[in-house]
Design a protein around this ligand. Sequence first.
Ligand SMILES: Nc1ncnc2c1ncn2[C@@H]1O[C@H](COP(=O)(O)OP(=O)(O)OP(=O)(O)O)[C@@H](O)[C@H]1O
Length: 249
Amino acid sequence: MSLFEARNIHKRFGARVVLENISLSFEEGQVSGIMGPNGAGKTTCFHVLTGQHRPDRGEIVFDGRQITGLAPQRIATMGIARSFQIMNLFDDSVVIENVMLALPEFRARRRSILAPVFDDAALVEAAIEVLEQVGLAAKAWEKATSLSYGERRALEIGVALAARPRILFLDEPTSGLGTEGIRNLAKLVKRLRETVTIVMIEHDMRFLFELADRISVVHWGQVIAEGTPSELQSNAWIRRSALGELADA
Ligand SMILES: Nc1ncnc2c1ncn2[C@@H]1O[C@H](COP(=O)(O)OP(=O)(O)OP(=O)(O)O)[C@@H](O)[C@H]1O
């Protein structure tokens, strides 16, 4: 059985049907990609899978357990983490504090986010470990605002990893990054896939085709194609569509 499965998901906003009978499955230890044109329903799909939106129909199963309709906080504690399209960091804090605040042991021990955190050696050590995973340990004590855009993206992933998820959802991780930032992010994803299952929405085809084991193409709120990168490169629809920039590469 797949680690994560969404079956026959429907989602509408008023009269607008955004997801129409979407089924997706993500295997443990793999990088899964979701691609599709703007407005296809990809982000809505992530919102439904991670609990921000309740589906109108369908079910979501994680590690054999029904999570359909559970609150996002509950879903997060079960080992499902996500990053958002818009970066969501505490800019006035130092890098390490962003991670510390997201550690489950911080949440368990501290009642107020205003309480001092740096006197807790175990928390600092746990946060440093996460920062090492995303290549930011050397910048632990710098202000979050001093980071480059690519480093901020890595920190955002670190914040998601602080919950020690089994599956990590990334919504357009390359957005806003230049060539070097994308290259560094690709290296980071390759490292992280050793320890966490990854699902990412991505417009950058080169990035996605290089990293993903399997890709689902979402269009008009449906999965219109699915397969390995090489299977998809020969898919007639992909070759015809504007998404097929790699088809002839
Ligand atoms: N809360 C909402 N209420 C009404 N309509 C919504 C809501 N959220 C999304 N939509 C609509 O659903 C459609 C799909 O949006 P969504 O953001 O999921 O697409 P997407 O594939 O992620 O696009 P992009 O690649 O541009 O991020 C859009 O037409 C959007 O306007």
